[in-house]
Design a binder for this molecule. Structure first.
Ligand code: NI
Length: 151
């Protein structure tokens, strides 16, 4: 179990375009483990590698129906628009309304290097879009309306 400190808004790593993972090494599997542990310890529903200071295209997501670990994720299909409230572990205490595709298909590699395709809608689709944005150096506040302190 390795829980990392989450990088906060203002750190340049969050604004870099993360690098594709060319092959799945033991280090990448360790990165996935550390990201999972850090996400759960922080009570987050998703985490992108730049948020623990690693500029690689790796995300983990769990909105309550199981863990997704995706390497080199890409959105290959998106439909509709839904606007809903969002926050981010890198911008604690801040929320805003973000328009996102209502449903997406995400393609990438799992930890065994197998290609996976996930069809997601609603909150899961939102979480994937939010985490994949992190890999482009985009934060939810860039897309949000009515950004405010929570509560
Ligand atoms: Ni985030």
């Amino acid at each position: 179990m390795a829980v990392y400190e989450i990088v906060k808004n203002g750190d340049p790593v969050l604004r870099q375009k993360a690098k594709p993972v060319p092959e799945i090494t033991p280090n990448i599997k360790k990165l996935l483990d550390n990201m999972r542990d850090t996400m759960y310890a922080s009570r987050g529903v998703g985490l992108a590698a730049p948020q623990i200071g690693v500029s690689k295209r790796v995300i983990v997501v769990d909105v309550g129906d199981g863990l997704y670990e995706i390497i080199n994720p890409e959105i290959i299909e998106s439909k509709g628009v839904e606007t809903d409230i969002e926050g981010c572990l890198s911008i604690p205490g801040v929320v805003g309304e973000v328009p996102r595709a209502a449903s997406v298909v995400v393609k990438g590699l799992n930890r065994d290097g197998k290609e996976v395709q996930i069809s997601a809608k609603g909150f899961l689709a939102r979480a994937f879009q939010h985490e994949i944005d992190h890999l482009e150096g985009i934060l939810f506040i860039d897309r949000a309306q009515n950004v405010r302190r929570e509560g």
